[in-house]
Write a protein that binds this ligand. Sequence first.
Ligand SMILES: *Cc1c(COP(=O)(O)O)cnc(C)c1O
Length: 370
Amino acid sequence: MNDYREGLLSINLKSIADNYLDLADRLAVGARCGAVVKADAYGLGMVQVVPALYAQGCRDFFVATQSEGERLRSDFGDEVNIVILTGVRPGAELECARAGLIPTLFTIEQFRNWVKVCERTQLEAPCALKVDSGMTRLGLGPEEFELILKDRPLLEAANIRMLLSHLACADEPQHPQNQIQLSNFKAAGEKLRGLCPGILLSLANSSGIFLGEEYHFDIARPGSALYGVNPVFGVKNPMRPTVTLQLPIVQKRLVSQPQSVGYGATQEIPGGSWLAVARGGYADGIMRAQGGRGRGWAHGRPLPMVGRVSMDSTTFDISGLGKEERESLQSIEILNDDLTVDEVAGYAGTIGYEVLTSLGHRYHRRYVKG
Ligand SMILES: *Cc1c(COP(=O)(O)O)cnc(C)c1O
């Protein structure tokens, strides 16, 4: 730990690979498992995560932006399908097609522009279409989708590889929205397949996989569950945790009199308390909203965070440790197998996704392979 004075973030690629196999195993026969690696694989490092998934047989990767796709293409060549979830930048269609990236198109205008590129060039230019099945975010609305279905010349000129939609409430299995979106998507899929046989259908994110086989279609698109976030709200997490974050302690002190701790003097501690100030604060993704509620972990036990989280440091009450434990203590874990991303997210009033994608860049990163 002494070598990692800015903190040590360990990312377990074996656990990510195991999570991939676990999810792939849950899929209906004939459905294949892709992987969402947007936002630098949810903050864990696309360059390291993609080969670990590739080694398990994953060939369908989903990214958010064209630049993420270009980077993935230049690192991993032509053997993988790369789908861009947020479309194509206007004017960048040719670049995107040349790189063999598959944009997810969700307006008629985007689709027409893309097809023009296909017609002008000899490029294969595969694309994906996205319908809004009820989430009301990105996607073709029902009227726009019907217009596309009616435009036979447009459909014939296009090379549509996949039809996607995204679930709004998949982490709540009982939510009626799931059934509604499922039937809307099924209907859209059948219509498009009637005109363009062979296109692949994709609906399920991580949580969608747990809704049952009807939701799996041809390709699943899990992201968060690969990285250890619990896919089903309120149920024991079936996924393996993938990250451990250790912060070095930069000061330990005995506070002899009752004192308030940190900015705003928001929290009082009694005289005789032992405090440890650890290197790592909200600039490193330790969310300020955890202040006064969050936990650290050492010697197999939780330790309360005290006062507000600062930009570069966080203070813990280590009075609960024995003298020897306290004296030998050099670091505090703030994410590990016991203190999970979901628990930390709870203290910060957010979701595990945001905890992962906020992890800072000052930590030393270690990738564990076995
Ligand atoms: C991010 C994203 C996913 C992955 O979702 P998880 O909940 O992380 O599994 C799948 N599909 C789309 C369209 C997304 O934007």
